[in-house]
Design a protein. Structure first.
Length: 362
C-alpha cells in the first residue's frame, strides 16, 4: 500500500471536506471552516496523540508557526478550558494558541494631518519597520499580531519588499513616540466609528458596576443592579516574583473605579528596551506587547482590563496583575464603562472622578 505524505494528505482532506460541505445530506458539515488557523503564541507547543496532557508527544510547534485546525473536541481536562484542537499529527490544547485570519484591506489614500485613526492587524502577523539614516530600513521584533490595535497617523512609502510595494501606515506608539515605525497598509483594518461607539451612554456612571470574582475567574457587568454581561477572564498569577522590590503579579482586591481608557497600549518593554510605567506586564514569556487592545485602567500602578492576543486560556490566572479578556469582550467593556470616549480618534480618556465602579474579590 502506498503511503501518503503530509502534502498529499492535506490536499486530499481539503478536496474531500470541500465537496462534503455542499452536501445537503450531511447536516453539520457545512460548519467546517477551512480558514480555521491558529498561531502558536508561546515558545513551543506539543502536539499530543490524544487530547490529554498525559498522552504521547507526536511533534512540537514553535512560536508564530501557523497551524490548520480540522476540528475540536472537549476533553475532561483541564477543567477550566477542556477544548483541544484536532491538527495534523494529533491534538493541540487551545490555551496558548491564537486564532487568526488573513483579511487584506484596501489602504486609505491619505490621513488628514494631525489626525490619528485606530486600526487593528487583520493578518496573522506583520513585520513593522523603522528607518534611520545610519542603517536604512530595519525590521523590528516581535511582529505586530492579529487583533492588536494601533494608532495610525499617515500613509507613506515604506520599504520596497519583494512581495509588497504598496503604501505603509505610519504608526504612533506612545511608548516609542520618539521613533517612527511602519506597517503595510494592506495588513491593517481601520475602525469605523460604530465599532467604538459608546454602549448604554444614557445609564449614569454610578448605576454601572464591574464585578470580578478571582475564585471563579469571572467578570460580571451590571446596570441598575441587573446583570447585562458575564464572561470568564484571566487574572494575575498569585505571587510576587520581584521579592518585594516591585509590583506583585497578584491582581489586587478591593473597590476601584475606571481611571483611564486607551484603545491601544504598548505594554511590557518597548522595541528599544524602555519599560512601561509600573511593572504590570501582560504575559509571562513575552515582554514586548505593542498594541494591547481596549485597555481600561483601574489602578494607578497600571492594573487594567484589556484584550488579549497571546492566549485562549480564560478561566485560569495568566497575567502579571491585569485582567486578560477576549479582545471583542474587552472592546465591549471599553465602550460600555465610563468615562465615555469623546471621539472615535481619541487617544486617552481620563475619568475626572466619573469612572465606573470596579469591585474585585475572591
Amino acid at each position: 500500500m502506498k503511503r501518503i505524505n503530509r502534502r498529499d494528505f492535506l490536499k486530499l482532506s481539503g478536496l474531500t471536506l470541500g465537496g462534503l460541505a455542499f452536501s445537503p445530506f450531511l447536516p453539520g458539515l457545512t460548519d467546517f471552516d477551512d480558514s480555521f488557523v491558529v498561531r502558536i503564541a508561546t515558545a513551543d507547543m506539543p502536539v499530543r496523540k490524544e487530547p490529554t496532557d498525559q498522552s504521547r508527544i507526536e511533534l512540537t510547534h514553535y512560536r508564530d508557526e501557523l497551524v490548520h485546525v480540522y476540528g475540536e473536541v472537549k476533553a475532561e481536562e483541564p477543567e477550566h478550558n477542556p477544548v483541544w484542537y484536532k491538527v495534523w499529527g494529533g491534538y493541540l490544547h487551545r490555551g496558548r494558541l491564537h486564532r487568526v485570519k488573513t483579511v487584506y484591506q484596501k489602504p486609505l489614500s491619505s490621513i488628514p494631518a494631525g489626525t490619528r485613526l485606530i486600526a487593528d492587524i487583520s493578518v496573522p502577523f506583520t513585520n513593522p519597520y523603522r528607518y534611520s539614516k545610519a542603517y536604512g530600513w530595519q525590521q523590528l521584533a516581535p511582529p505586530l499580531y492579529y487583533g492588536s490595535v494601533h494608532f495610525i497617523e499617515a500613509v507613506e512609502q515604506g520599504p520596497v519588499m519583494a512581495d509588497y510595494d504598496g503604501p505603509w501606515y505610519r504608526i504612533f506608539d506612545e511608548l516609542d513616540s520618539n521613533v517612527t515605525y511602519y506597517a503595510p497598509a494592506i495588513h491593517m483594518r481601520v475602525f469605523q466609528p460604530e465599532l467604538i461607539a459608546p454602549l448604554s451612554p444614557d445609564v449614569p456612571y454610578e448605576e454601572k458596576l464591574i464585578e470580578v470574582n478571582l475564585s471563579t475567574q469571572t467578570l460580571s457587568a451590571y446596570e441598575y443592579g441587573s446583570l447585562v454581561f458575564k464572561t470568564n477572564i484571566s487574572s494575575g498569577v498569585p505571587g510576587d516574583p520581584t521579592g518585594g522590590t516591585g509590583i506583585p503579579t497578584t491582581t489586587p482586591t478591593g473597590k476601584f473605579s475606571i481611571l483611564d481608557k486607551v484603545p491601544a497600549k504598548h505594554m511590557g518593554y518597548s522595541y528599544f528596551g524602555e519599560q512601561t510605567t509600573g511593572n504590570v506586564l501582560a504575559d509571562v514569556d513575552n515582554y514586548v506587547l505593542p498594541g494591547v487592545p481596549w485597555t481600561s485602567f483601574f489602578t494607578r500602578q497600571g492594573h487594567a482590563f484589556h484584550g488579549t492576543y497571546w492566549h485562549e486560556n480564560f478561566g485560569s490566572p495568566m497575567s502579571h496583575g491585569c485582567i486578560n479578556m477576549r479582545s471583542n469582550e474587552a472592546n465591549w467593556l471599553f465602550r460600555w464603562c465610563s468615562p465615555v470616549p469623546l471621539a472615535p480618534t481619541i487617544e486617552r480618556v481620563a475619568t475626572r472622578g466619573l469612572g465606573t465602579t470596579v469591585e474585585i474579590h475572591y
